[in-house]
Design a protein around this ligand. Structure first.
Ligand code: BGC
Length: 753
């Protein structure tokens, strides 16, 4: 449908019909949904299957005056029928192609049932694991959220939104939602413009540039204004600065929440504020309530309404809904297919993070008997947060183990439940069996429903009495492995030193049991890296690798010491100095840093080489680039994957800089003994930061020294120091995802030995 036809339609629409296009609501009663559609409602939530959804589309197309088809929305987050690893787990793979594939397969499954609009990806940078929604996004880093978000948009939308298997993506939650005070969901997330521009906005810009069809407003306030009513962000940044021309949608009841926020007196006020700020679609169904518009033409600018309706109709047009409003019900995918399961299982090892593996306890050696204990041994709760009731369930780990190890006696002793109390007898029984059998695996973790939306926790340790179970097994002195499933980084300090091997398996979805067992057996190798730091204690959060320099950094020296630390001036270290930025009762830094993860082989980095030139460094603004190369060697005796990470640090700038910022990452597969040169190409955008230093705010590369760190975690050692001579300023940057794409193409070329 051409723009002219949208204009024709618009010219024929009544006020109520226009407003009806500007809301989406859910009602469990289909009769009620039909009535709402009769009253002009333009978008609905998915009706549960293709047939029921087709029936609603038919009602809209055949029984309403203008026959406008419906947007059909659903939260397809990490799978529709086949459930894949959670977004946080996907981020641990440091392989955006996995996210693209998840989105593409989930989109195909969802589209087959009539869904045409998903509320995904979530790209809220999440630095506080108390916030349960950390599981729905890609962790604490800006680049990871940008690359994974853009990859998911590509996966959902493909090249052509009107294709039968494509659905519209929604980048959410715009913006700042990942920094709620106290880690409490829905809480205030006030922040400086500096932080907003350098941390929280870039992933949204990347995803908008990747073509996301819609953007969802977030519940939180910024500058004392809830985003649903924040014109500066919803219109100023999103549309005027970035040129976003898709649909902005409110979060569930987000517009009505303006009333308890205390900035709107009633529903009409709230809607006026939201639409005037730039919201196009209200989620909740309050724009036209019971067939009656809440607002009159006198109360809301017809220009604003027409602009919003145009965007909604343009999305329906792009999806091809006017030509093809129905799906073929017989072709609906109603359960995970073997092919889709296979995809889920094959990507899983890249998402699992081997946190420690003393004495190479893993992969498991052949044993006659194994004790398995802990709540996840017999649970089927592996899907993770944000899956729907119709998702294809996972099985039990104990069954997968028995299937894979027919010759081994796999003994189960419950040991603990997820959240239970008074379980001393259970763990005593598990411990005595562990002692008798001589080897144990503890399957511990958080059940899916204590991460995700409205699932903030103040205590990040294993819930229930699971820590006591781990101690009881450790007390026996037998070797044992802990496998953790969780929707967030947990605080594991209390028992981590006592467990010889710990595997972080997140929630891996429908194929979790088979994937976990294969990794334990060594048929595959866990090779993920932490997408969020593991804090030492709940009181230490937020703790994340890319924190700002402080004036009183506590440091023990080593690779994490700031290089601006002058021992002559400040002393050799200040870890013993009371007046350093630290906790009196905690060691420094996280327990496990961002980017950390082992695998079944070992890698060595050597010979960092810098390819630069003063000319290039002084002409970055004009597109010049410089290169860094390092040799990576697999020094173990089996093939494996390493995620090579490159971080930069701006040593002296006119605004305080993060101690490190991830700029590049690439997953490299090496055979045992193989070496390879891994090269990265960096440019202006990799050294720039946003500030208001110029009359027009923008991005600066300031003269002076920069450090580059390359290695296998955010604690990578210094690889090079470079010096920029000339100040360079730009109003905008190259999209972060483009930069990433260029870098990965350039990497892993050439075999060094
Ligand atoms: C969540 C959104 C979600 C929406 C619709 C809200 O409560 O915050 O992320 O898309 O519900 O289900």
């Amino acid at each position: 449908m051409s723009d002219r036809r949208i204009e024709d339609l618009l010219a024929r629409m009544t006020w109520a019909e226009k407003l009806g296009q500007l809301q989406i609501t859910y009602h469990p009663d289909p009769a009620r949904t039909r009535a709402l559609i009769s009253a002009g409602m333009g978008s609905i939530f998915w009706q549960g299957d293709a047939e029921a959804t087709n029936a609603m589309q038919r009602h809209a197309v055949e029984n309403t005056r203008l026959g406008i088809p419906l947007l059909v929305g659903l939260d397809v987050i990490h799978g529709q029928r086949t459930i894949f690893p959670t977004p946080l787990a996907l981020a641990a793979s440091f392989e955006p192609r996995h996210a693209e594939q998840v989105a593409s397969v989930s989109g195909r499954e969802a589209a087959s049932g009539g869904v045409n609009w998903t509320f995904s990806p979530m790209i809220d940078v999440s630095r506080d694991p108390r916030w349960g929604r950390i599981v729905e996004g890609f962790g604490e880093d800006v680049l990871l959220n940008s690359c994974f978000g853009a990859a998911m948009v590509r996966g959902y939308q493909g090249d052509d939104l009107s294709a039968a298997d494509a659905i519209a993506a929604t980048a959410k939650h715009f913006v700042g939602y990942g920094q709620p005070e106290g880690g409490r969901d829905y809480n205030t997330a006030d922040m400086s413009e500096y932080r907003l521009r350098n941390v929280y906005l870039p992933p949204f810009q990347a995803v908008v540039e990747a073509g996301a069809a819609s953007v969802m407003a977030s519940f939180n306030t910024i500058d004392g204004l809830p985003v649903h009513a924040n014109r500066r962000l919803l219109t100023g940044v999103l549309r005027e600065e970035w040129g976003f021309d898709g649909v902005t949608v409110g979060d569930a009841d987000g517009v009505m929440n303006l009333i308890p926020h205390g900035i709107a007196a009633n529903a009409a006020d709230a809607l006026k504020l939201a639409f005037a700020a730039g919201l196009n679609v209200e989620m909740g169904g309050n724009v036209v309530a019971d067939g009656v518009p809440t607002l009159s033409e006198a109360e809301l600018s017809p220009v604003v309404v027409d602009a919003a309706v145009r965007r909604v109709l343009a999305l329906k047009t792009a999806l091809g809904l006017f030509e093809r409003p129905y799906v073929v019900a017989e072709r609906e995918i109603v359960a995970a297919t073997p092919e889709h399961r296979d995809i889920a299982r094959r990507m899983a090892p890249d998402t699992m993070v081997l946190l420690k593996n003393d004495g190479d306890l893993l992969p498991l050696a052949d044993r006659e008997r194994i004790l398995v204990t802990g709540p996840y041994a017999e649970s089927t709760d592996h899907l993770g947060a944000w899956v729907q009731a119709f998702a294809t369930p996972a099985g039990r780990i104990v069954d997968a183990l028995r299937e894979r190890l027919p010759g081994t006696d796999v003994v189960v002793s419950a040991g603990a439940s997820f959240l239970g109390t008074d379980e001393a007898a259970l763990r005593a029984a598990a411990a005595s069996q562990a002692a008798e059998i001589g080897f144990a695996i503890v399957f511990a973790g958080e059940p899916s429903n204590i991460s995700g939306e409205a699932a903030s926790r103040s205590d990040l340790r294993l819930p229930g009495e699971q820590e006591a179970l781990i101690h009881a097994i450790a007390d026996t002195g037998v070797p044992f492995v802990v496998v953790l499933e969780s929707g967030r980084p947990l605080v594991v300090s209390d028992w981590f030193d006592r467990a010889p091997a710990v595997l972080q398996a997140w929630h891996l979805g429908t194929e979790a049991p088979a994937a976990i067992v294969s990794a334990l057996m060594g048929e595959t190798a866990p090779s993920g890296k932490l997408p969020a730091s593991f804090p030492r204690s709940s009181g230490q959060v937020p703790t994340h690798y890319s924190h700002d320099n402080t004036g009183r950094p506590a440091t023990t020296g080593g690779s994490m010491a700031p290089t601006t630390w002058d021992p002559a001036l400040h002393g050799p270290n200040n870890v013993d100095d009371k007046y350093a930025s630290k906790y009196l009762d905690l060691d420094l830094g996280p327990l496990l840093p961002f980017g950390h993860g082992l695998t079944y082989t070992r890698f060595e980095y050597s010979g960092a080489r810098l390819r630069e030139g003063d000319v290039a460094l002084n002409a970055l603004r004009d597109g010049a680039t410089f290169g860094l190369e390092i040799t990576l060697t697999n020094v173990g005796d089996r093939a494996g994957d390493e995620v090579v990470q490159l971080y930069t640090h701006d040593v002296v700038a006119h605004r305080v800089q993060p101690v490190r910022v991830l700029r590049r990452f690439t997953r490299v597969h090496l055979e045992a003994g193989e070496s390879r040169a891994v090269s990265f190409e960096l440019g202006f955008d990799d050294l720039a930061f946003w500030s208001e230093s110029h009359s027009v705010p923008g991005f600066d590369v300031e003269p002076g020294a920069f450090e580059v760190f390359i290695g296998g975690s955010s604690e990578a050692p210094l690889a090079a120091r470079i010096t920029v001579g000339a100040p360079q300023h730009a109003l905008s940057r190259e999209p972060i995802a483009h930069r990433y794409a260029r870098s990965t193409q350039a990497s892993t070329t050439g075999v060094a030995s």
